[in-house]
Design a protein around this ligand. Structure first.
Ligand SMILES: [Zn+2]
Length: 663
C-alpha cells in the first residue's frame, strides 16, 4: 500500500470511529472481530514439536493459568506497569488518540511501517488474535476491540485481565511469572522484583532474567529510576534497591532430551510469530533435531564430564560443555547441547558463549596459505621467532610442548598443531587474508586481524566454528545452520518453510587439500587418540586448546556429519594440567561419533578432478628419490606439484611415527 493511501486510511479510521465518518468501514470490520468475552474463557490448544523423523519431542501449551484478583497484586507493580506500558491508562477510552496521531505523523514522515505504543487495553485486545501479525488492518481491529473492551469492563477489571494474561517470557500471567522467576506469590514480591517484572512485557525474550541476566538487571534499574521520577518510590528507596541483587528461582526449566534445542526453537518461534501462536495456536513444528543422535550426545557428555572432573580433581558438576552436530550438506542441526543442566542454567553455550578457539582456528590459516600457492609439502620452519608488534611489544609465541621441531611440511605442521608454523604462515599471507577465509566459511564473530589470530586469539561461538568446518565437509559449499524445517498451523496451512541456502565459497580442490591435511590430525597428529579408540572412518578435524588450558575443543567431520565439542568453565579458568583438546574434548567427540555413525555406510571425501598425487620426500618436500628416507604420497592441486627431486639428507633425525592406516 502506498504511504499516501495508508495515511488516508488512518485518517478515515480515526475520524470514522470518533465522529461517525467511515461508519460503514468500521461496521464491516466489526463483523469480523472476535468476541471480547473470549478474554475470560479461552481454550488453549497444544503445539507439538517433532524431530526430523516425525517423532514427537515436545509440547507447548498454556498451562492452567493461576488467576489472581487485582487485590493480591502489589499496588507498586500496578503503578510501575501503567507507568511503563500506558501512562494515560485512566484517561483514555481504550485507544490513546493523541498517541495514534503522533505515530501516524511519524509513519507518514518517516515512511516506515506502522508503529506507535499500544495501550494496555490494546495489548489485551491483541490476546484475542493468535499471531502477532503487524498490519494496518490488524491495528484498526485491535483499536476497535479495545474500545469494545472499555465499554464492557471497568478499568480495574481490565487491569485484572491484563495482569493475568500478559506474557512474561516464561508463561502467562503475573502469578505464574512470580513463581517461575522468583519462586514466590505475587503479593510477596519485593520492590526491585516488581520493577524487574514491570520491565519484562515490553520484550519478554530480551529482558528475561534467566537468559539475559545482565540486560534484565539494567532494565530493572531503568524502571526503578522511572519509578523514583514519577514518585512511585522515594529517592532513598531508589538508592537502596538499585544495587539489590535479585535471587532467581531454581529448577524452573525443563530437563528433557534436547532441552537447549527446544528452548532455541521456542525463542525463534516466539520472536517471529509471537508467544500466542506457540502456546495457544496448536501448531506443528517440524525440526531438524535427530532425537536418537541427541540421546547419544547427551549420554557421551553425561559419561565424559564426571570422568574429567575426577581426573583433574575438579569439584563435581562444575565443568561445563557444549556439543553441536550438524549435517554439512544442508546445515540442519542434528544434536545440540548448550550446557550441563538446563534447569540450572539456560545460557546456551553452543550458540551464545564466545570462547577462544585456540588451535581449532588453524585450518583457516592453512587455507589462506594454500590459496596463496603453498602446498601440503611446503617446508616451514617450526622454530622460535620474535615479532615486534605495532604497540612496540615483542611477541614470542611458543609451542604447547615448549619444543621446536625445525623444518616441517605444512601437513605435519597442522597435524601436530605447530604454533610457530601457524605464526610464520599468517605473517606470510597477512592476517586480513585469514580473516577473509574464516568469514567466507561461516565465522560471523568479529575477528582481530593480528598475528595471534592464527593461534585462535579472537573469540567466536561454537555454532560459528561448526558451520565453518561444515563448509569443508561439504566440499567448499557453505550452508546456513537451521533448526526448523517447517511449521504448519492447526488447519494444515503451511506457515513457514525453511529454504536452503547454499553458496560455493571455496574451490573443491582447495577444500579437498585442507581436508586431506586435517585427516592427518586424526591419522598421525594430535587427534590420533580417536583412531586408537576405534573410530576408523574417513574423517578430518582439529584439536584446540587455549592458554592455560581454559578451553578444550575438538571439531571434526565425516562427509555427512560435523560435530564440535567444547569443554571449559563459564568463567575462563584452567581446567587442569595438560587438559588439552585432545585429552578432554576428543574422547567425548569420539564416543559420540562412534555411536552416531555406527549404522551409516562408509564414505570417503570426494576427490575433485583437479587433484594429483605425487610421492614426496617428507624431509624436504621434493619429489621422492632413492635418497629419500621417509616417503609419502602427497596430495596436490594440479600445477602446484613439485618438480625437483630430493637429493638426500644426513642431519635430520627420524621423528615420524607410522601413520595410522584405516581399513
Ligand atoms: Zn628429501
Amino acid at each position: 500500500m502506498s504511504n499516501i493511501k495508508r495515511a488516508i486510511f488512518i485518517v478515515i479510521g480515526i475520524y470514522g470511529f470518533c465522529g461517525g465518518f467511515g461508519w460503514m468501514l468500521v461496521r464491516t470490520i466489526n463483523r469480523t472481530l472476535p468476541s471480547v468475552r473470549m478474554l475470560e474463557d479461552y481454550t488453549p490448544r497444544v503445539t507439538r514439536v517433532y524431530d526430523r523423523k516425525g517423532e514427537l519431542i515436545h509440547e507447548f501449551y498454556e498451562e492452567r493459568r493461576i488467576v489472581v484478583p487485582l487485590e493480591r497484586i502489589p499496588k507498586l507493580l500496578i503503578d510501575a506497569t501503567i507507568m511503563v506500558e500506558d501512562k494515560s491508562f485512566y484517561r483514555h477510552c481504550g485507544v490513546d488518540l493523541s498517541g495514534i496521531m503522533r505515530a501516524t505523523l511519524a509513519n507518514i514522515l518517516n515512511l516506515r511501517a506502522i508503529q506507535g505504543a499500544s495501550t494496555i487495553t490494546q495489548q489485551l485486545a491483541r490476546n484475542l488474535f493468535l499471531t502477532s501479525h503487524k498490519s494496518f488492518l490488524r491495528k484498526i481491529k485491535e483499536a476497535l476491540l479495545a474500545t469494545h473492551i472499555e465499554r464492557v469492563y471497568s478499568k480495574d477489571e481490565i487491569l485484572e485481565l491484563y495482569f493475568n494474561q500478559i506474557y512474561y517470557g516464561n508463561g502467562y500471567g503475573v502469578e505464574t511469572a512470580s513463581e517461575r522467576y522468583f519462586g514466590k506469590h505475587v503479593e510477596e514480591l519485593t520492590i526491585p522484583e516488581c520493577a524487574m517484572l514491570a520491565g519484562i512485557p515490553k520484550s519478554p525474550v530480551r529482558y528475561s532474567p534467566f537468559s539475559h541476566p545482565e540486560v534484565a538487571n539494567k532494565r530493572k534499574i531503568f524502571i526503578l529510576n522511572l519509578m523514583a521520577e514519577n514518585g512511585i518510590i522515594s529517592v532513598d528507596e531508589l538508592q537502596e534497591f538499585k544495587n539489590t541483587e535479585l535471587i532467581l528461582a531454581k529448577g524452573s526449566g525443563f530437563q528433557e532430551l534436547g532441552a537447549y534445542f527446544i528452548e532455541e526453537v521456542r525463542k525463534w518461534v516466539t520472536s517471529r510469530f509471537g508467544p500466542d501462536l506457540l502456546y495457544r495456536g496448536g501448531i506443528s513444528i517440524y525440526t531438524t533435531l535427530d532425537i536418537e543422535l541427541q540421546q547419544m550426545a547427551e549420554s557421551s557428555i553425561e559419561k565424559g564430564l564426571p570422568e574429567l572432573e575426577s581426573k583433574y580433581k575438579i569439584e563435581e558438576d562444575t565443568l561445563q560443555s557444549a556439543l553441536l552436530a550438524m549435517n554439512p550438506k544442508n546445515g540442519a542441526i542434528l544434536a545440540e547441547i548448550g550446557g550441563r543442566d538446563f534447569r540450572e542454567s539456560q545460557f546456551n553455550r553452543a550458540v551464545q558463549a564466545r570462547r577462544q578457539p585456540g588451535s581449532a582456528f588453524k585450518p583457516f590459516t592453512w587455507l589462506a596459505a594454500f590459496a596463496a600457492g603453498s602446498t601440503a609439502a611446503s617446508i616451514v620452519n617450526d622454530d622460535s621467532i620474535s615479532v615486534e608488534l605495532v604497540t612496540g611489544d615483542i611477541y614470542s609465541p611458543i609451542n604447547y610442548d615448549h619444543e621446536f621441531f625445525g623444518p616441517v611440511t605444512l601437513r605435519e605442521g597442522l597435524a601436530k598443531s605447530r604454533n610457530l608454523v601457524a605464526v610464520r604462515l599468517i605473517m606470510d599471507v597477512g592476517p586480513a587474508s585469514v580473516v577473509g577465509y574464516a568469514r567466507r566459511m561461516g565465522i560471523t564473530s568479529s575477528l582481530d586481524p593480528v598475528i595471534a589470530l592464527s593461534l585462535g586469539s579472537s573469540s567466536t561461538t561454537i555454532l560459528d566454528m561448526v558451520s565453518a568446518y561444515a563448509t569443508l565437509a561439504s566440499g567448499g559449499v557453505r550452508t546456513t545452520p537451521y533448526m526448523i524445517d517447517k511449521i504448519i498451523d492447526k488447519n494444515g496451512t503451511l506457515l513457514y518453510r525453511h529454504s536452503d541456502f547454499r553458496e560455493r565459497v571455496l574451490s573443491p580442490e582447495l577444500t579437498y587439500l585442507v581436508t586431506s591435511v586435517m585427516e592427518s590430525v586424526l591419522n598421525a597428529g594430535t587427534g590420533i587418540r580417536a583412531r586408537m579408540t576405534g573410530f576408523t572412518r574417513s574423517a578430518a578435524g582439529k584439536t584446540g586448546t587455549t592458554d592455560d588450558c581454559a578451553d578444550a575443543w575438538f571439531i571434526g567431520f565425516t562427509p555427512s556429519l560435523v560435530c564440535a565439542v567444547w569443554i571449559g568453565f563459564d568463567r575462563v579458568q584452567r581446567i587442569g594440567r595438560n587438559a588439552t583438546g585432545a585429552q578432554v574434548a576428543l574422547p567425548i567427540w569420539t564416543d559420540f561419533m562412534l555411536q552416531a555413525t555406527e549404522d551409516e555406510p562408509f564414505e570417503k571425501f570426494k576427490v575433485p578432478p583437479g587433484i594429483v598425487y605425487r610421492e614426496i620426500c617428507k624431509n624436504c618436500g621434493k619429489l621422492a628419490s632413492f635418497l629419500s628416507k621417509q616417503v609419502r604420497e602427497e596430495v596436490f592441486i594440479r600445477g602446484t606439484e613439485p618438480i625437483d627431486e630430493c637429493t638426500g639428507h644426513y642431519l635430520r633425525t627420524l621423528r615420524d611415527k607410522e601413520e595410522f592406516r584405516f581399513p
